[in-house]
Design a protein around this ligand. Structure first.
Ligand code: AMP
Length: 330
């Protein structure tokens, strides 16, 4: 039997009750579907596959589906492909687990609405409590960290694959253990997962591998970014430019952290055009000042130092930039 630090033991104790409730509800259904948000990130994938594979391993007779968008550079590499599920699958009773998604409108597949029972597991501010069970821990750096603790509380075997999925999400949402939301518990859980056989170089090369097109995109950003007088740095990439750079909007936004650690830049953002949803998606990051409430005013939300928002046209971009600059100066 492994010994855990007092901090991990306390967290396991805190999670015991909600974990029991979640597993009891899951056990009532033969079918289970696990959902996450649009533009999935490492924490979304890691949570879905970490929890999903654990359930598949320990409930081999259940019909468990992991549902959402696949990303070319990640699925089939670090993570399996998402399950392709026909509409008829959702006609039988099933329980839906939604991870890492603060609001229902952000769930990437709306067939969760057919579920007989709903479970929310999240670490964002609980602006929209939903579900028959709503388990939210805003002190947690990542949902994968929460799920790791839940699985330790449940007590059954955590395979190396599961540990790898969970570790990848923690790395992603903690910015490789750098963001202020990283705690001593994060390191403790990372140590537990690593001891289960996570191959660090396997994970890091797959999480952060880039193409030459990414490099060209970075070149474009460095040549075209703007900075306001109070220290808001941002870049705008429209659809035409994305095509020219041969890059998706999701990849282009990933470069937003080019501006972290630059003296004088207090808040930074990527603004990328999404023709499919007819919007300009903003990914905002901040060194210190909270940005989640600011993002909420612009059809978004998120964490204190990492949030997302949505703008409807170019005119709104100018207003957004001006208001952000005023906010930094206030
Ligand atoms: P992103 O910039 O897309 O990487 O998102 C940063 C953080 O903000 C993530 O935790 C997202 O889940 C959250 N977020 C992004 N967009 C939205 C939105 N429209 N509403 C609420 N939260 C969001």
């Amino acid at each position: 039997m492994r010994c855990y630090s007092q901090e991990i033991l306390d967290k396991i104790k805190e999670y015991k009750k909600p974990t029991k409730k979640i597993f009891a509800l899951v056990e009532k259904y033969e079918k289970v579907a696990i959902f996450a948000h649009f533009s999935p990130d490492f924490d979304a994938f890691g949570s879905q596959f970490g929890l999903g594979v654990y359930l598949k391993n320990h409930y081999p007779n259940k019909n468990i589906k992991i549902i959402g968008q696949s990303l070319t550079l990640l699925n089939g590499e670090l993570y399996p492909y998402m399950d392709e599920v026909s509409d008829s699958w959702f006609e039988d009773p099933f329980v839906a687990i939604i991870v890492d998604t603060a609001t229902l409108e952000r769930v990437s597949d709306n067939r969760y609405t057919k579920a007989k029972a709903l479970i929310k597991i999240d670490h964002h501010p609980n602006v929209e409590p939903y579900g028959d069970i709503c388990f939210v821990d805003v002190t947690s750096v990542a949902v994968t960290e929460m799920i790791a603790v839940m699985l330790l509380a449940d007590g059954r075997t955590i395979s190396r694959d599961i540990a790898t999925y969970l570790f990848s999400g923690i790395v992603g949402d903690s910015g490789r253990f750098k963001y202020a939301s990283t705690t001593s518990l994060t390191f403790g859980i990372a140590e537990v997962l690593t001891s289960l056989g996570v191959d660090l170089s396997y994970v890091y090369t797959r999480l952060y591998v880039q193409d030459l097109d990414d490099l060209r995109c970075i070149g474009y950003i460095l040549n075209n970014f703007k900075i306001t007088k109070n220290g808001f740095a941002y870049y705008v990439i429209d659809d035409k430019t994305l095509k020219k750079l041969n890059i998706t909007a999701d990849r282009a936004k990933e470069n937003v952290n080019i501006f972290s650690d630059i003296r004088g830049i207090k808040i930074w953002a990527s603004i990328t055009e999404r023709v499919d949803t007819n919007e300009w998606r903003v990914s905002i990051r901040s060194a210190e000042k909270p940005i989640n409430e600011f993002a909420q005013k612009w059809r978004g939300g998120g964490h204190v130092q990492a949030s997302g928002a949505s703008l409807v046209n170019r005119e709104e971009i100018d207003i957004f930039v001006q208001e952000m600059d005023d906010y930094i100066g206030s």
